[in-house]
Design a binder for this molecule. Structure first.
Ligand code: ATP
Length: 462
C-alpha cells in the first residue's frame, strides 16, 4: 500500500461514517449519550471483519512460535459480571483510578493528566483553568468501574461491577482450561468481548468510549522465556496490524519508559504499545494495543485471594517443576482498531465525480467485497446480475445495485470501500464476460463470468 501519512480531517471522516452508516451516536434520537456509539450496517461488518481476522490469525490458524511450530491458543467466552472478589484480587478496586479535576464554575470534569490536550467548553476556546472564571479542584482519584447490583436487594453485599477488561475472565478460568484441555505451557488463552470503563472524559469519536470491545490474549510461559516471548508478541502484533491494512506509515511500536510501567511490570521483560497516528493525535499517536509482560501477578493474586495459594501452582511435566506461569499479554481494542482502519482508508477524491472520498480498505477488511451492476435494467442484464449475485453471496458480502446511473453506483461503492465492481453490459450475454473496475486504480478489465469467484478469492485471501 502507498505511503499514506497526510493528515486527514476528522470532521470529514465522522461525516462519512454518519452518511454511509458506519457509526452513529448511541440513542441519537434522544440527543445521544456521551461515550457510547452504535455501528450501522457497514461499520458492524467492518468491525466483524477485524475481529474475525484476529480470531482466525490467533486461534484458528495461529502463527509459528519460537520453535517454528504453530503456537497453541484456545478461546474462552467469560461473563461481563464476575464475583466482586475478582476485582479486589486484580487490583482494580484499589487501583483502577484516573486523576480527575472538576471545574466548580462550569461543572465540567477533566482528566488531570490530559488537561494540556483539552478545551474548556467556554468560548473563546482555551485550556481548562485558563479562563478567569475557571475554578478547578485539586486532582482526585476516580474509579473507572461501572457499578451495578445483582439480585433483588440492593445493599453492599449485592454490589457488582461491569468488567473493565476481558483479561480477568481468562485468568480465573486458567485452571479449568489446564484441567480439561490438552494444553501445556507455553500456550495462550484468548477472548474477545465488551468491556466498560466510566472514562472521565470520553472523546475523539470512538477512541475513548465507555463501552468498547477488547481482543485479549494471555500467553502463559515459563518465567525463563519471558524475554523471547515478549519480543515475539511485540513483533508479531505489529506485523498483524500492518497486514490488516495499517501499512501506510502511520503505525509505530513504542516501548514504555520505566516510569510509565504498571506495578506488575516494573521488573518485567518489557511493555510496549502498537500506536496509530490518528488525525486527532497527529503528530502524536494513540494506543491500539498494549503488549506487556505481566509476570505471574494475576495468577498468583487469584490463587492467594481465593484461599488456595500455592496449591494452584502449575505442574510442568517436561521440566518437572511447579510454578505460576508468567504471562505476555497482547491486549487490543476492536473499536480503536476499526477507527484506525477507517482513518487509514479515508482518501479524499476531489477529482472523482459523486464521491467525496474513497475508502481504501484492504479487500479482506472491506465490509462489501463487490458490487454487481446491470448496466441497464433490460435485455437480460438484470437476470445475469441476479444469477452472479446469488452465486457470490454464498461466500462473500456482495451488493446488487440496480438503481440510478452507473456513476452514482460507483460513488456509493467508493464511499463504502468496496474494492471491486462487476458490470454486466450488452455484450455479457454473448461473450459470458463482465467488466471489473478497481476502486483505487479505476482500471477496468474484462473477465469471464466463470472466473469471477476465483478472482475475488485471490484478491481477498491470496
Ligand atoms: P489508554 O491509556 O488510552 O486509556 P489503556 O492503556 O488504559 O488505554 P488498556 O487497559 O491497555 O488501555 O486496554 C487495552 C486496549 O483496550 C487499548 O489498547 C485500547 O485499544 C482498548 N481500550 C482501552 N480503553 C478504551 C476506551 N475507553 N475506549 C476504547 N478502547 C479502549
Amino acid at each position: 500500500m502507498a505511503e499514506n501519512t497526510t493528515i486527514k480531517s476528522m470532521d470529514d471522516i465522522v461525516a462519512l461514517c454518519r452518511r454511509r452508516g458506519f457509526i452513529w451516536q448511541s440513542s441519537e434520537m434522544y440527543g445521544g449519550i456521551n461515550g457510547f456509539w452504535d455501528y450501522g450496517p457497514l461499520g458492524a461488518q467492518l468491525k466483524k471483519n477485524l475481529k474475525d481476522a484476529w480470531w482466525n490469525d490467533i486461534i484458528t490458524c495461529p502463527p509459528a512460535g519460537l520453535d517454528h511450530n504453530p503456537i497453541h491458543v484456545v478461546p474462552v467466552d467469560t461473563t461481563i459480571i464476575m464475583h466482586p472478589k475478582v476485582w479486589e484480587a486484580s487490583g482494580h478496586i484499589g487501583g483502577f483510578n484516573d486523576p480527575m479535576v472538576d471545574c466548580r464554575h462550569c461543572k465540567a470534569r477533566f482528566r488531570a493528566d490530559h488537561i494540556d490536550q483539552m478545551q474548556c467548553a467556554k468560548k473563546p476556546s482555551k485550556k481548562p483553568g485558563e479562563h478567569t472564571d475557571c475554578d478547578l479542584t485539586e486532582p482526585r482519584a476516580f474509579n473507572l468501574m461501572f457499578q451495578t447490583h445483582t439480585g433483588a436487594v440492593q445493599n453492599d453485599d449485592s454490589l457488582t461491577y461491569l468488567r473493565p477488561e476481558t483479561a480477568q475472565g481468562i485468568f480465573t478460568q486458567f485452571w479449568n482450561v489446564v484441567d480439561t484441555s490438552r494444553v501445556k505451557v507455553p500456550f495462550g488463552m484468548a477472548q474477545m468481548g465488551k468491556s466498560f470503563r466510566n472514562e472521565v472524559t470520553p472523546r475523539n469519536f470512538t477512541f475513548r468510549s465507555r463501552e468498547f470491545e477488547q481482543m485479549e490474549i494471555e500467553f502463559f510461559i515459563h518465567p525463563d522465556e519471558a524475554e523471547q516471548w515478549y519480543r515475539y508478541w511485540r513483533d508479531s502484533r505489529y506485523e498483524w496490524w500492518q497486514k490488516v491494512g495499517l501499512a501506510g506509515g502511520n503505525l509505530i511500536l513504542r516501548e514504555h519508559d520505566k516510569e510509565e510501567l504498571a506495578h506488575y511490570a516494573k521488573e518485567g521483560a518489557g511493555v510496549c504499545d502498537v500506536e496509530y497516528r490518528f488525525p486527532f493525535t497527529s503528530p502524536g499517536y494513540g494506543e491500539l494495543e498494549g503488549i506487556a509482560h505481566r509476570s505471574n501477578y494475576d495468577l498468583s493474586q487469584h490463587a492467594k485471594h481465593c484461599g488456595k495459594g500455592d496449591k494452584l501452582r502449575y505442574f510442568d511435566q517436561e521440566k518437572n517443576e511447579r510454578y505460576f506461569p508468567h504471562v505476555i499479554e497482547p491486549s487490543a481494542g476492536a473499536d480503536r482498531g476499526t477507527l484506525a482502519l477507517l482513518c487509514e482508508a479515508y482518501t479524499p477524491t476531489p477529482d472523482r465525480k459523486g464521491a467525496k472520498a474513497v475508502m481504501q480498505f484492504t479487500p479482506r477488511m472491506a465490509p462489501i467485497k463487490a458490487g454487481i451492476f446491470p448496466l441497464v435494467n433490460k435485455d437480460g442484464m438484470p437476470e445475469i446480475a441476479q444469477k452472479l449475485y446469488q452465486n457470490l453471496r454464498n461466500k462473500y458480502t456482495v451488493q446488487l445495485d440496480v438503481k440510478q446511473n452507473i456513476g452514482k453506483r460507483y460513488a456509493r461503492m467508493d464511499e463504502a470501500g468496496t474494492p471491486y465492481c462487476f458490470t454486466i453490459d450488452g455484450d455479457t450475454a454473448s461473450d459470458q464476460a463482465v467488466t471489473v473496475r478497481d476502486r483505487d486504480t479505476l482500471e477496468q478489465q474484462r473477465i469471464s463470468l466463470d472466473k469471477v469467484n476465483a478472482f475475488l478469492d485471490e484478491k481477498i485471501n491470496g
